[in-house]
Design a protein around this ligand. Structure first.
Ligand code: ZN
Length: 317
């Protein structure tokens, strides 16, 4: 019975992305085989056309997540959506990422060929002491925002927020944000890649600056920015051996689990994505370890976890 249940778990092969700001920690800290020492992103659970994960083993071995979504909607509770709604990434930022903002669904639909907007959230896996992220800005009005952007007053405009390992940050559409060098992050996001780049530190790629989207950014940035306490919270020391909800928004629910004794709970969601971010253990008798990502399908029933490990889980709302 245990084995039969474990066989329903969809383990996925990640897709790796090389980036000008990427590093090698996805190999040194997570044990992945990466394509180079500039690997910035591990698309761990993705059905996006730019990086569609395949199933690692079992009945559906080799099938893409987008293919499973189309051919076997019953695995995901027959949600009636045209695409897998979430995208889970691990980001290794050796260098600063560009400063960016995402549109909401309404703006993206009107201006980006019917695309979805993007809401995302970050769990900080690791960071140096005195680390900071860009979350929000300091402009008081849209006029002030426009002036500061056009005049390149970046250090005045951009709000840097101190962060620690285990912090959790929700990035709603319209929030100016950037990951800084030295951070490793697990990102849960809507399945969309629509990003407006506000500023790229005047860097060059192959001798050219990357494209900026200044006017779209000015259109979509929320003014004034929400407060720091509304955006960042600590998730480092939550109660053990239980699902701790970190966020519930229109697009997803995210939980953290910190386990050191056996627990069980019902898989009561359309599907449940789980990422092991620390340690090792078992799910329904099946060995799992740091760096594994899997989906528990619809109707899976009782989930049994044991071992000493930390996980981030997510589902749709
Ligand atoms: Zn983003």
């Amino acid at each position: 019975m245990e084995n039969e249940k474990a066989a329903q778990i969809l383990f996925l092969n990640p897709v790796f992305k090389q980036m000008i700001w990427g590093g090698s920690q996805l190999r040194t800290r997570f044990g992945y085989e990466i394509p180079g020492d500039d690997t910035g992103e591990c698309w761990a659970v993705s059905a996006h056309p730019e990086g569609d994960c395949t199933v690692r083993e079992g009945t559906y071995e080799g099938e893409t997540l987008s293919g499973l979504w189309e051919k076997h909607p019953e695995l995901f509770g027959n949600p009636g959506l045209d695409r897998f709604p979430l995208l889970i990434k691990i980001i290794d930022a050796k260098d600063d990422l560009s400063i960016q903002v995402h549109p909401d669904d309404t703006y993206a639909k009107a201006h980006e060929n019917g695309s979805l907007g993007k809401t995302e959230c970050w769990y900080i896996l690791d960071c140096p002491e005195d680390a900071a992220l860009v979350v929000g800005h300091n402009a008081g009005s849209r006029e002030e925002l426009t002036d500061m952007i056009h005049q390149g007053k970046w250090s005045e405009l951009i709000r840097q927020v101190p962060v620690k390992k285990g912090d959790f940050i929700q990035i709603n559409p319209g929030t100016v944000h950037a990951i800084k060098g030295g951070l490793m992050i697990l990102e849960t996001q809507q399945n969309s890649a629509i990003t407006y780049r506000v500023y790229d530190y005047d860097r060059l790629t192959n001798g050219k600056p990357r494209q900026l989207h200044v006017e779209q950014s000015i259109d979509v940035i929320t003014v004034p920015a929400p407060s720091v306490s509304d955006s960042v919270k600590s998730a480092a020391d939550l109660p053990k051996n239980t699902m701790n909800e970190l966020i519930s928004c229109d697009y997803y629910r995210v939980w953290k689990l910190d386990i050191d004794e056996p627990i069980s709970f019902g898989q009561d969601y359309p599907f449940l994505i789980m990422s092991v971010i620390e340690g090792e253990g078992k799910v329904n008798g099946r060995d799992i370890k740091k760096g594994d990502h899997f989906i528990l399908p619809y109707g899976f029933g009782k989930v049994e976890l044991q071992g000493k490990m930390q996980l981030i889980a997510s589902s749709t709302n």
